[in-house]
Design a protein around this ligand. Structure first.
Ligand SMILES: [Zn+2]
Length: 187
């Protein structure tokens, strides 16, 4: 900056340093509060059974309709499947895999309620899009695991296990850090 007065440069530098310091302090305080809240919730839920494996759960689900519609098809006999013949369900966060028996060939077909995200460069297995989207929304809105499950309970949706919730949030945070890294190194 050859045309800037020396005093202005110093003032600018001080302002930048102050903003950075405030930013770091705010972030540290926010992270400490978040960690404390998560610890309290973890202690409260540690002894509880895994709600995703509980057989008694509400009937409502969140489904990606094109994905569900496409997967309700038996490739063995080329015929449509019906959720009426569902025999089992594996829940993974907000997504489900229904084991549906084909009425024609009697084979059991796995029906997914949502797509999974792309395979990541670090080799980690992809997560269901709905879980990543819920994690993103919770981070941005400051919604905790306990608060999310309270909302789901009111909506008659099954609760999400803490492990699924934390795994998806960690994935979103890591992805955001990766995205921010190149722009930070340029400044
Ligand atoms: Zn079939």
């Amino acid at each position: 900056m050859p045309f800037m007065k020396k005093s202005a440069i110093i003032r600018n530098k001080r302002l930048v340093a102050m903003n950075v310091r405030n930013g770091i302090e705010n972030r540290a305080r926010k992270e400490a509060e978040e960690a404390k809240r998560e610890e309290e919730e973890a202690a409260a839920t540690a002894a509880a059974p895994d709600p995703e494996q509980s057989p008694a759960c509400p009937d409502r689900r969140i489904a990606n309709l094109p994905c569900l519609g496409e997967s309700l098809w038996c490739d063995f006999c080329d015929d449509a499947l019906s959720l009426r013949f569902q025999e089992n369900e594996q829940r993974n966060g907000l997504a489900s895999v229904f084991h549906v028996r084909c009425h024609r060939c009697m084979k059991v077909v796995k029906i997914h309620t949502d797509d999974k995200g792309p395979v990541l460069a670090d080799g980690k297995s992809p997560l269901y899009s709905i879980n990543l989207q819920a994690a993103t929304g919770c981070i941005d809105a400051g919604v905790s695991h306990g608060q999310l499950n309270k909302l789901f309970s009111a909506m008659n949706l099954p609760p999400v296990h803490r492990t699924s919730f934390v795994r998806a949030q960690d994935r979103v945070k890591a992805h955001r850090e990766q995205e921010q890294a190149p722009s930070q190194s340029q400044t």
